[in-house]
Design a binder for this molecule. Structure first.
Ligand code: SF4
Length: 375
């Protein structure tokens, strides 16, 4: 596997819960940003000795804030600089409300194969609470337009655990998503991140969030309803029809290496994780001046890389392959974690076979708490 992530940090407006590297109001620099990323990709490729890319992911921000011409220019740069496998998974994140001005046919013809649509909710009250800049009907039209353009691999992002949300309103939402028959659904529980508008509201007691019991009931609905609709639960927050697991994200969960380009983007190569400067204007200035954009460089020690691989892998329902851990690190999780892991196994929250270690069915709805024991 050879994977590349490209970060497009622009958005129409800032959602109240968002802590991503995303910048509204920078339309005037889109063209220069594309040139800067183009330059970074070309430079990175000069030192790259791996095979053609098997997965690419244009994430954000909102990549569909760029024009189709600009997006295709970046994709073509990847094809020319690194090579891209014929059956590569080329994903792009898109927001309803920005899709209609994009030439979707052109994107499809250029080689984009998978679109992840940030719907978050089909209910007007949720969209308003989240500060999203689109309507439910725009989300439905976006999916219709993507199908008309020939996209056969569509993922929907939804959020639950929202202010004032009930199990009943979440169920209505999920039903709408399933009725659109996407190949993949991601469902993320809202978390309140420092520095966001939601953090300020929560501090002032102005966010009425669902109780823990309500969240557990929503998790149970997610599992049973997606299961009966033909989706496999393959990662804590991700569900896919057979053959449609996100190959790019699987590379992250397997803790494989990946290239990256763009402001705020993180790469992981040769055991070194590098983070680029967040501010797109500073990123562009550094690129154009021929300066480094990397502001953080972390060399992962063997132990840390092993631990990360175990924890990331346990996010997957299939768990981690013991033979692969042994081949890659010469280590096994039973000796490494000792009594901590034994307690989780004895309590039935985790289980092991000759080949795998995984979170058990009993432990799945508590995955985050279980994984935090192994950090
Ligand atoms: S659209 Fe996504 S990246 Fe942009 S502000 Fe909203 S949550 Fe953040």
């Amino acid at each position: 596997m050879s994977s590349l992530y490209i970060h497009i940090p622009f958005c129409q407006s800032k959602c109240g819960y968002c802590s991503f590297s995303s910048w509204p109001g920078l339309e005037s620099v889109h063209a220069s940003y594309v040139e800067a990323v183009h330059r970074e990709l070309t430079e990175t490729a000069k030192q790259y000795s791996g095979g053609p890319l098997t997965t690419l992911f244009f994430g954000g921000g909102t990549p569909t804030m760029l024009s189709s011409r600009q997006l295709i220019r970046l994709l073509n740069c990847c094809v020319d600089s690194f090579g891209v496998e014929r059956d590569a998974e080329v994903s792009i994140e898109a927001n309803p409300g920005t899709i209609e001005r994009i030439q979707l046919d052109d994107l499809k013809k250029a080689g984009f194969s998978r679109v992840s649509v940030g719907v978050q909710s089909f209910l007007a009250e949720d969209l308003k609470a989240l500060g999203r800049c689109h309507t439910s009907s725009e989300a439905v039209s976006a999916i219709t337009d993507l199908r008309a353009a020939g996209f056969e691999n569509i993922s929907l992002d939804l959020m639950y655990g929202l202010p004032n949300q009930t199990v009943e309103s979440w169920c209505r939402n999920l039903e709408k998503a399933i009725a659109l028959d996407p190949e993949h659904i991601s469902m993320y529980q809202l978390t309140i991140e420092d520095g966001t508008a939601f953090a300020g509201l929560a501090e002032r007691g102005m966010l009425d969030l669902p109780s823990e019991e309500t969240i557990i009931a929503m998790d149970e609905v997610n599992l049973s309803r997606t299961g009966s609709a033909g989706y496999d639960w393959y990662e804590i927050s991700n569900y896919a029809k057979p053959g449609f697991r996100c190959r790019h994200n699987l590379a992250y969960w397997h803790n494989e290496e990946y290239l990256a380009a763009g402001a705020g983007a993180v790469s992981y190569l040769g055991g070194v994780r590098e983070r680029r400067v967040d501010d797109p204007v500073e990123y562009m200035a550094r690129i154009m001046a021929g300066n480094k954009t990397v502001i953080e460089r972390e060399h992962l020690a063997q132990d840390d890389a092993f631990k990360e691989t175990v924890i990331m892998g346990l996010r997957l329902t299939e768990g981690v392959k013991l033979e692969q851990l042994q081949a890659r690190f010469g280590m096994d999780p039973f000796s490494y974690y000792g009594t901590t892991l034994k307690k989780l196994l004895d309590a039935g929250f985790m289980e092991s076979s000759d080949t795998h270690l995984r979170v058990s069915e009993k432990g799945r709805l508590l995955s985050n708490a279980i994984l935090s024991e192994l950090v």
